[in-house]
Design a protein around this ligand. Structure first.
Ligand code: DHB
Length: 389
């Protein structure tokens, strides 16, 4: 019987699969650790969607190996990140770990990457020092110093002399505060006060009241992805804009995931960042369109582009090692990659394993009835200013 023949053939194939020849057929596993629930859930949602889009567009077999994504929700909590990383490396025997929605998550997994020689691709977290926590870390997102320094060069040339900074009180916020302040001061500006809000469940109201009393020319803000609309709402409710205080910041505050729901009060806000869904390139238009089609009209944000490019880095490394690379060989193949991303050209610096990219100055404008971060200037090939080496 035909059916029995097929089953027998499958059994013979399965028996042969016990040998080394079939080992190469094993799936190439990518463990994606992301905040899928909790306050950072939009980061997980955006990165998962981008990774799946990348695979849909580029196939799920690379150099003869099936690529498998294993997604774990760490709720952006470092204890859970560590547990998932351990489990993925030891039990699932993943080839790469990736994702990492917040800095403490990336730092929690770093020692495990080093011990097991597993490449770790940071697709979201953005504190400068992360790449120094393990020689196995490669970053496809950005760093806060990249965006903050670019903004601190633009601000004093545009009539802003005094600034209050307001940042989330942890790694990326402290980087944003320091690198903005140092450069702005160097450029002749004055930071009159530096305020820090708790990372979890922040109440911006008392801080914004204080800013109103200090009446600087501008308020510089860094909050992680997902918190921008709360800042914007309270900024407007307190009439800060009417009191003549401008809102400026890294692009996290006018996050494309939320921007369109912020209302016209967001118009005119100037930020510096590496990605806008409005970026004018053929590749980006295709990316935004395909991302929307696959996700009920969702607009990709800067987290999505970090996920999409992180997958490209992994795919290219898998190709370069003919599907057989171990952790060290994959890592070597990730270093020095240069390619076009939806954000523009990017480069993985072989020395630092960090991303080198263009940083754009953008202003919130309305286009076809929708709010976008419209790019109006660019600083090319920005290395992380936070690197001492
Ligand atoms: C980090 C998280 C964010 O959501 C963001 O926008 C920037 C940095 C972080 O924890 O590193």
């Amino acid at each position: 019987m035909q059916k029995r023949t097929l089953i027998q053939a499958a059994l013979v194939a399965a028996a042969l699969a016990g040998t080394g020849a079939a080992m190469a057929q094993d799936a190439f596993k990518i463990g994606l650790i992301l905040p899928m629930t909790g306050p950072q859930a939009s980061t997980g949602r955006q990165i998962e969607a981008a990774a799946r889009l990348y695979m849909a567009q580029n196939g799920d077999t690379v150099a003869g190996r099936k690529v498998q994504l294993i997604i774990k929700d760490d709720v952006a909590t470092p204890d859970q990140t560590r547990r998932h990383a351990q489990d993925l490396i030891v039990n699932d025997k993943v080839n790469v770990i990736a994702g990492f929605g917040v800095t403490p998550a990336a730092l929690a997994a770093a020692p495990l990457a080093t011990q097991s020689k597993t490449p770790l691709v940071v697709m979201a977290a953005a504190t400068s020092s992360i790449t120094e926590a393990s020689p196995y870390i490669v970053r496809s997102s950005f760093t806060l110093p990249q965006a903050s320094v670019a903004l601190a060069d633009w601000v004093p040339k545009n009539g802003i002399k005094t600034v209050v900074t307001l940042v989330s009180d942890y790694g990326p916020g402290l980087d944003a505060e320091k690198f903005f302040k140092d450069r702005f001061t160097f450029n002749g500006g004055k930071v009159v006060e530096s305020l820090r809000v708790p990372m979890r469940n922040p109440d911006f109201a008392p801080f914004l009241q204080k800013v109103r009393d200090l009446k600087p020319d501008a308020l510089f803000v860094f909050v992680p992805s997902g918190a921008g609309s709360a800042v914007m709402k309270q900024f407007l409710e307190r009439g800060m804009d009417k009191a003549g205080i401008k809102l400026i910041g890294t692009g996290d505050v006018t996050d494309d995931d939320q921007l369109n729901d912020m209302g016209d009060g967001a118009l005119g806000v100037v930020t510096a960042h590496h990605y806008s869904a409005d970026h004018n390139s053929a590749m980006n238009k295709k990316f935004v369109d395909a991302f929307g089609k696959a996700n009920k009209g969702m607009r990709p944000n800067f987290m999505a582009v970090g996920g999409y490019d992180g997958m490209h880095i992994i795919y290219q490394a898998l190709k370069a090692t003919q599907g057989k690379g171990n952790g060290d060989q994959l890592l070597a193949a990730m270093k020095g990659q240069i390619f076009e991303s939806p954000r523009g050209k990017i480069f993985i610096d072989a020395q630092t394993r960090d991303i080198v990219q263009d940083i754009y100055l953008r202003k919130v404008e309305k286009k076809n009835g929708q709010l976008y971060n419209v790019e109006f200037d660019v600083i090319k090939d920005v290395k992380d200013p936070g690197k001492t080496k």
